[in-house]
Structure formats: C-alpha cells, structure tokens
Design a protein around this ligand. Structure first.
Ligand code: NAD
Ligand code: GLY
Length: 365
C-alpha cells in the first residue's frame, strides 16, 4: 500500500492507495469520528461494494443511503435527501459520512458533510478512476445549478481517502477513459515526463494492468496533493487543475448534464485550451497534434458538440468561477508540462478559436 499526505496543517489527511484496501478494516476505523456512520452511495455502486464496506463497520450499526445514479442528480434536492436521512436517524455532530462511489457521490456527500450541523467528519472512498485521481482529493465539494456546473459548494476536506484499485475492475470502459482524461491533464499542466510516460503506457492503462494503473493514480494524486497544499482555496496556482474545464463545463451544462461524461467534456475542453495555447504561440502545432493524438488514442472525444452555437458557448463560459468582473479567464499551457495562471482572453480570439476549431489542426506544422 502507498500512503501520500495532503499537507494542510491540522487538516492534513492521508490518501491510501492499494489493491484490496476495502477489506482493511483498521484503515477505515481509524478515520471515523464517533459511532454514527452513514455510507452514501448510489444504485450502481451499492450492489458491487456496499456490503464490503459495511462488513468493516460491523458492531457500529452503520446506515446506508442509496441515491439515484447520474450527474443530473448532483443537485441541492439530493443533498436534502442526505439531510433528511441524517435527521430522521438523529445523527449528531460527531458522526461520519462516507462517500462510496464516483465523483458525483463524493461531491454531493462532501457538501452535505460540510453543511450538516456546520460540519461533520467525512471519508472519501472513490470507486471510479476519475474520482481516484481527482475529485476525492482536495476538498472541493458541491452540486450543479441549471445555469452552471458546480456553482453551489464549499471547500471541505475529508479525514482520509481510501483508494482501492480493485474497484476499477467493474468500471465500464467509457468511465475508465473519462478518468484517463484527468490523468493526461496532470501531465500537461505539471509534468511533461509523466505525459510521455502516459504516451508509452496508455495501452496497459487501458488494459487495466494493475502496476501501471497504480503508478498513474499515485503520480496524479501526488501532483494534486502538492498543488492543493500550496493553494487550498484556489487563490492562485490551484486554478491550473481546471485546465480544459472552462470549455468542458460549458459543454456539460450546455448539452445537458450527463450527456457528456465530465472527463469527456474535459478532453474536448483540453483540445480547445491547447489550441488556444498554440494560437498564443506558447506551444507548437506539433505539440498540439501530440496532445490531441493521445486523447484520440485513449478513445476520448476531441471535437466540439455542434448543437451549441459560438455565442451559446461564450454565454456558458461566462458562468465560471475563474472569471473576474465578467471577463472570461482560461488556463493555457505556457509549454508542454506547465500551465499558467488564468488569463483573460480577448472575446474575438475566443470566438475565433471556437468557430475555427479544427481548421488549425488540419494545417501542417
Ligand atoms: P460518476 O460519479 O457519475 O461515476 C461514473 C459512473 O460510474 C456512474 O454511473 C457510477 O455509478 C459508476 N461507478 C462508479 N464506480 C463504479 C465501479 N467501481 N464499477 C462500476 N461502476 C461504477 O462520475 P465520475 O467521473 O466519477 O465523477 C464526475 C464528477 O466529479 C463530476 O460531477 C465532476 O464535476 C466531479 N469532479 C469533482 C472534482 C473535485 O475536485 N471535487 C474534480 C473532478 C471532477
Ligand atoms: N478539480 C479541480 C480542483 O480540484 O481544483
């Protein structure tokens, strides 16, 4: 088992990464607060893993809540369902919420934990690759609003993160690929050697070869933990974790939550943000091609959904937490393996990038 720490002073916490961790009772018990435990999961994950987790909590009379599965349920109404369960069962302040599932369950449960009685103990047990490499680490919690993705939320760190790689054996291929989009993101924003490693090892990641998956998860978590430790509440550098997300969030909200998976929308968004970086002369056309080629080899979408007009994209991108004074700000690559802080992008350039997307790609370098 590997252990990484997210260094945040008295709110520091461990990330455990290994094969078969769901059955390591002590890991979970050490992270609990009192005796009242609610495991929040969904209708897909529950039949696969809930019993395994409940078995580690025997003697505590743990409760479970099964939510509907899907991004479209990442709403305040669903958070209220968690509050209903907690209040009906008289959960007190020293109780623990466990998020068992992907990023949707993690974000909703973390937000409920942040709000219930002004904050209760919270543990992340992520079961998708995307949640294992990204959403379970760093304390961003929240839900969507029809007008904008993740617009209602709180920073609220978990007590610990338990990543059991064996959970990925049941993950559908499409979800695995969506998670790989975020792994590729780390290479692009912070570590060009890791990007090269992904290029070399992609086939084995797709085959879910354990050793290779473990390295991809550990390196991704290391990069995220470092960035979060440096800037927990996104006053600066943490924004680079949103590379591709300004376009991605617009795609998710504009096409309807759940139509594109988060990682798929991020894949398209990274292509647009990389193209913008190329137009600004930070990366070469050859490097742009290399980025798009890796996403395509993964089996991720790289073209913009056509159902939205350029103006609709701009309107959706105007609802983004990185924007200041109504100006759209985007993360671009300063070079391969290094993203810069958000920059205001001239609307004409932004429009041109969206309208002509793809044209520049077909030109020879
Ligand atoms: P998800 O939570 O919807 O899970 C994807 C699908 O896989 C769901 O149908 C789920 O039920 C199923 N599933 C989960 N684990 C499984 C398993 N082991 N076997 C079989 N099926 C399984 O999606 P996701 O990609 O995990 O997360 C996306 C969400 O995370 C988005 O809402 C996004 O905004 C959020 N996110 C948050 C952060 C953050 O920092 N908080 C970062 C990135 C993404
Ligand atoms: N996924 C973006 C962040 O955690 O900051």
């Amino acid at each position: 088992m590997d252990t990484l720490d997210v260094e945040l002073g008295d709110r520091s916490y461990p990330i455990y990464i290994g094969d078969g961790l769901f059955t390591q009772k002590e890991l979970l018990l050490d992270l609990l607060a009192g005796h009242q435990v609610l495991v929040v999961t969904n209708t897909t994950v529950s039949p696969l893993y809930l019993d395994k987790i409940l078995a580690q909590l025997d003697g505590l009379n743990p409760r479970a809540l099964e939510l509907e599965d899907g991004e479209q349920y990442k709403t305040l109404d669903t958070v209220t369902r968690i509050f209903d369960a907690l209040l009906e069962q008289r959960f007190s302040r020293n109780s623990t919420l466990i998020a068992l599932g992907g990023g949707v369950i993690g974000d909703i449960t973390g937000f409920a934990a942040a709000c219930y009685q002004r904050g209760v103990n919270f543990i992340q047990i992520p079961t998708t690759l995307l949640a294992q490499v990204d959403s379970s680490v760093g304390g961003k919690t929240g839900v969507n609003h029809p007008l904008g993705k993740n617009m209602i939320g709180a920073f609220y760190q978990p007590k610990g993160v338990i990543i059991d790689i064996s959970a990925l054996t049941t993950l559908p291929d499409r979800e695995l690929k969506a998670g790989i989009a975020e792994v590729i993101k780390y290479g692009l924003i912070d570590d060009s050697e890791f990007f090269e490693w992904i290029e070399l090892n992609l086939d084995n990641i797709l085959k879910r070869e354990r050793k290779v998956l473990t390295h991809a998860i550990r390196r991704s978590c290391e990069i995220k933990a470092e960035i979060v430790a440096a800037d927990e509440k996104e006053a600066g550098i943490r924004a680079i974790l949103n590379f591709g997300h300004t376009f991605g969030h617009a795609i998710e909200a504009g096409c309807g939550y759940g139509v594109y998976l988060h990682g798929e929308a991020v894949s398209i968004g990274m292509c647009l943000a990389a193209e913008l970086s190329c137009r600004l002369d930070y990366i070469s056309l050859k490097q742009l091609h290399r980025i798009i080629a890796l996403l395509e080899r993964t089996g991720l979408p790289t073209t913009l959904p056509e159902q939205l007009s350029t103006n609709e994209y701009l309107k959706l991108m105007a609802v983004d937490k990185k924007n200041i004074d109504g100006e759209i700000r985007v993360i671009v690559l300063e070079q391969m393996g290094k993203a810069g802080l958000p920059v205001s992008i001239d609307t004409v350039l932004l429009k041109k990038t969206i309208q002509d997307y793809g044209v520049i790609r077909s030109n020879e370098s």
